[in-house]
Design a protein. Structure first.
Length: 256
């Protein structure tokens, strides 16, 4: 005798098959949506990357017209002083002083000084480890303020800048966008504001005083230095002489 056919079992199997088909369609739909999102995301990332590379490439040959921070300061205080000059018109004393003060190994690293970072970590992170290359990226392309997002973007753009720009160009841009006093940007405006001379005519002492105010230009003065700033400038001048003697200025000092 054959096994009796069960309509109950058949009725139970139909909903199960239907649910399986719906689940398969749902899974397929989710996978398709994820693939669409991933494709759009990758295209967006590629577009942003190309824009950044193009922006960096333009600034490799064109004077930086302004920066996000300069715009924000102009809006805050109403007016700023800034005159772009080529690096040939900036005293070699200031070039060396800034490197000695901010990044003595500027000519030796690829934009991020891992040795300096390790040293800061060992010291308990009591000071910064940003290189001149990183500071240039921050000053020229990004905003100021402590932010892990900004630091991440800065770390991503810095190698691009190092690949496209020469070290001499990095220092040139830095010296033209750095703040040397409230509303005073760039070496030329700083030299005239603090000492009444052109950037090309700065003495070693004047250059060291300008470099000494860089970490905190709105609370320090090169023309009216505190005892601390004066002592710091003396130390910077010694450091500038050292990098000139040992050749660590070789990537930017030409024929000097």
């Amino acid at each position: 005798m054959g096994t009796p056919f069960s309509f109950d079992r058949q009725e139970q199997d139909v909903p199960k098959a239907s649910k399986a088909r719906r689940r398969t369609r749902r899974d397929t739909g989710l996978w398709a949506a994820w693939r669409w999102f991933k494709r759009k995301l990758m295209r967006g990332v590629a577009a942003v990357f190309l824009v950044i590379v193009a922006w960096v490439a333009i600034y490799a040959v064109v004077p930086v017209p302004t920066t996000p921070y300069i715009l924000s300061e102009r809006a805050r205080i109403g007016d700023i002083a800034r005159d772009w000059v080529p690096i040939e018109d900036i005293s070699i004393h200031l070039q060396r002083a800034v490197v000695a003060a901010e990044d003595a190994n500027f000519c030796l690293h690829w934009g991020i000084d891992m040795a300096a970072i390790r040293e800061v970590i060992e010291e308990g992170a009591t000071r910064g480890a940003s290189t001149i290359s990183q500071q240039t990226v921050k000053n020229a392309f990004l905003w100021h303020g402590r932010s892990w997002i900004r630091k991440a973007i800065e770390a991503a753009i810095t190698p691009i800048v190092e690949i496209i720009w020469s070290k001499r160009r990095i220092l040139e841009v830095y010296l033209n966008v750095a703040e040397f006093g409230e509303g005073v940007f760039g070496a030329e405006a700083a030299a005239r504001h603090h000492f009444g001379v052109a950037a090309a005519d700065l003495s070693p002492r004047q250059a060291a005083l300008l470099a000494a105010v860089l970490p905190d230009p709105q609370d320090r003065s090169a023309s009216r230095p505190s005892a601390w700033v004066s002592d710091r400038a003396t130390s910077i001048a010694d450091g500038a002489a050292t990098i000139a003697a040992d050749g660590r200025d070789g990537c930017f000092a030409r024929g000097t």
